[in-house]
Design a protein around this ligand. Structure first.
Ligand code: 5GP
Length: 210
């Protein structure tokens, strides 16, 4: 139910990071589906499009030259090399949401999170851990089509990402996607109530007390 009294507040940047295989995209999807007031920032990337992905919805898929141009034009809030490809958060994506009073969900890695924290110290950083490395490996093996070498590489990258867990404000262990998504939502709700983001409070309280 919507709050009877909607006070003006600044939109927030909600960052989700995790090693791949920890279930981050499921949590992000659930969060977006459950809450009409937060939208996903669609990043630009130079990696090839995968089956089932849509250009403009999952990523803005661009080539190296286009990515270079975007960097030159200052189009990014942050960008980084991940797995030998480049990924970046577009200022335009974030502003599009903030301008209409929405919060922004960013699915970015630890490097992007560090950069974004410099640009905007007010961001909310959430890290998702797998319940165990065995479970992570099971998820990364997926349908079993990848070689042991590929899996070993992914496990190494996962361990490298996990090593940055302590740079985050909140840490969730994803042993149950529903529970984890509910907690991610609870964090969002609580962060929305922070006094420093609620620009409408001053007038509201003035109205209360005269
Ligand atoms: P994937 O290629 O599997 O979609 O994503 C690989 C990794 O890149 C994920 O950990 C994801 O969070 C990260 N990533 C996606 N978009 C961005 C971005 O705009 N900036 C940064 N720094 N990382 C990103």
């Amino acid at each position: 139910m919507a709050d009877p009294i909607q006070l003006e507040r600044r939109g927030l940047l909600y960052v989700l990071s995790s090693p791949s295989g920890a279930g981050k995209s499921t949590i992000a999807r659930k969060l977006l589906a459950a809450d009409p007031e937060i939208s996903l920032s669609v990043s630009a990337t130079t990696r090839p499009i995968r089956e089932g992905e849509t250009d403009g919805a999952h990523y803005h898929f661009v080539d190296n030259a286009e990515f270079d141009r975007m960097v030159e034009q200052g189009a990014f809030l942050e960008w980084a090399h991940v797995f030998d490809r480049r990924y970046g958060t577009l200022k335009a994506e974030v502003n599009k949401a903030l301008d209409v009073g929405r919060d922004v969900l960013l699915d970015i890695d630890w490097q992007g999170t560090q950069q974004l924290k410099q640009v905007d110290p007010d961001i909310v950083r959430v890290f998702i851990l797998p319940p165990s490395m065995e479970e992570l490996e099971r998820r990364l093996r997926g349908r079993g089509t990848d070689s042991d070498e590929v899996i070993a590489g992914r496990m190494e990258r996962a361990a490298a990402e996990i090593s940055h867990w302590a740079e985050y404000d909140y840490v969730l262990v994803n042993d149950d996607a529903e529970k984890c998504a509910a907690r991610a939502k609870a964090i969002l709700e609580a962060e929305r109530l922070r006094r420093n983001r609620r620009t409408g409070l001053v007038d509201f309280v003035r109205g209360l007390t005269g």
